[in-house]
Design a protein. Structure first.
Length: 265
C-alpha cells in the first residue's frame, strides 16, 4: 500500500517564512519523525537519493506574497506527505499522532505551531492505493496531462533541467516505480519514451527560497501525446506512471517540497 496523508497545523503565533514553507515543513517533519525513529529520520536527510517520502509546500491556509508565506492566528495551514512504503506510514502516523495527542508546542520558522489534525481520509490531497491497482486501473489514453503543482527541477550529470521533457519525466517516474514496487516494469520501455510528444504546455518558473540558497523550478501543465503506433501495453504502462506521479513526485528534491505532480483532466 502506498498513499498520501495531509497534515493541518495550528499557528500559536504569527508565522512568516521564506517560500511556501518548504524548508520549515521539512525541518518540522524530520524533528517529529526523529522522536519516533532516529535512523529513519537520518535516511530522510539525504536529498541525493530517491526516497520513499515526499513533502509538499503549504497547500492552503496561508497567504503567499513576494516570495514569503504568512500564516496567521485562526488559519490552519495544510501540507501533504506521500509515502511509497507501508511501514513508513506507520512511523509517520505514530510520530505525528503522538505530537497531536500531547499537544506539543513545535518550533516553526519564527513562531510556534501545534499539529491540529492528521488526516488519512480520502480527499483531493490524500488517498491510498497499491501498485497493483494503479497498474490494473490504468487506462490506454493517448493524451496524458500532468500538472506540476510545486517547482520541479531535474538534476542530471550536475546540470539543471527546467523543462518537462517526456523522456526525463517518465524516466524519473519509472525509476521510482521500480525502486519501490514489487511489480517491476521493463527498463526496455525507456526506448518508447522518445515517441512521446509535448503538444501543449503552460509553464512558469518560480524559485524555492531557502535560508542559504534559491533553487529554480517550473510549474504548470503539460499535455503529452503518445504516438498511435505504440503498443497498447506500453500505453497502459505510461498511463500508470502518470497516475503514480501523485504519490511519487517528479524530479529532484521531492523531500523538500519540490516536484509535486498529479494527473490532470
Amino acid at each position: 500500500m502506498i498513499g498520501s496523508i495531509s497534515i493541518k497545523l495550528k499557528p500559536l503565533t504569527e508565522v512568516i517564512c521564506e517560500g511556501r514553507g518548504e524548508e520549515h515543513i521539512y525541518r518540522l517533519f524530520i524533528n517529529i519523525v526523529k522522536k519516533e525513529n532516529e535512523e529513519i529520520a537520518e535516511q530522510f536527510q539525504n536529498f541525493n537519493e530517491d526516497l520513499p517520502v515526499t513533502l509538499s509546500p503549504f497547500l492552503k491556509g496561508i497567504k503567499y506574497s513576494k516570495g514569503k508565506t504568512y500564516a496567521y492566528l485562526g488559519e490552519y495551514p495544510i501540507f501533504r506527505i506521500t509515502y511509497l512504503k507501508e511501514e513508513i506510514l506507520e512511523i509517520i502516523l505514530k510520530s505525528f499522532n503522538s505530537c497531536y495527542g500531547k499537544k506539543e508546542l513545535l518550533n516553526f520558522a519564527n513562531g510556534k505551531v501545534q499539529i491540529a489534525k492528521v488526516d488519512i481520509q480520502k480527499s483531493f490531497y490524500a488517498n491510498f492505493i497499491t501498485f497493483k491497482n494503479i497498474l490494473s486501473n490504468a487506462e490506454e489514453k493517448e493524451n496524458i496531462v500532468l500538472e506540476f503543482s510545486s517547482p520541479t527541477i531535474f538534476e542530471i550529470s550536475e546540470k539543471r533541467r527546467l523543462f518537462p521533457d517526456p523522456e526525463i519525466v517518465f524516466c524519473s517516474l519509472l525509476e521510482k516505480w521500480n525502486k519501490f514496487s514489487s511489480i517491476k516494469l521493463s527498463e526496455q520501455i525507456k526506448n518508447e519514451f522518445g515517441k512521446i510528444e509535448v503538444i501543449q504546455y503552460r509553464l512558469t518558473t518560480e524559485f524555492v527560497n531557502f535560508s542559504n540558497k534559491k533553487i529554480p523550478g517550473f510549474l504548470g501543465k503539460v499535455n503529452y501525446r503518445l504516438l498511435k503506433s505504440m503498443d497498447k501495453k506500453i500505453v497502459k504502462y505510461l498511463n500508470a506512471l502518470a497516475d503514480f506521479s501523485f504519490y511519487s513526485g517528479v524530479g529532484s528534491k521531492t523531500i523538500i517540497g519540490m516536484g509535486q505532480a498529479r494527473r490532470a483532466n
